[in-house]
Design a protein around this ligand. Sequence first.
Ligand SMILES: [Zn+2]
Length: 178
Amino acid sequence: MTPQASRHIMYGDIENESGLEGVIMSKLAQRAQKLFIQHLRENNLKVTQERLALLDEIFATSDHLDADDLLARMKVKKRKVSRATVYRTLDLLVQCGLVRKSRLGREHYFYEKMEPGGGHHHMVCMATGKIIEFWDADLDERLRHICHDHKFRPSFISIQIQGLSEEGQKVEQETSFF
Ligand SMILES: [Zn+2]
């Protein structure tokens, strides 16, 4: 599936206004699981407990996780999942548009759940690895205008700013010779 096609998965009616985040998340997670199972079956892939457990883990958090984080979290839950399974499952989840993969920092890939209307950008601290999410509707509109001016139709807009967070600036000062 192309990245563009993967953006078209619909979550259906997800109530965002009940104010009960736990309930909303579990609804989102349930819907995601249904779509993932459908995707696996359509591709003649096995629906395994390991694959579903990995999906659950990603949808139970707002964190940006890398493959090692996921392996560690599975270990804590005493679930035996191989590194190969983690990578393969992450690929599948990205393919079907349920998980967003971002290269944050130099060579590091992070994974996070896709949420309806959850578009956002990232600031990455090069000293501490801290990731700050941000969103600005005016900026988004401006970028869409720029695309339009170039007769370009955007399917996914993602900005990454690398630099130093507040903590990172302190680390830098403490370790600087000058
Ligand atoms: Zn993010």
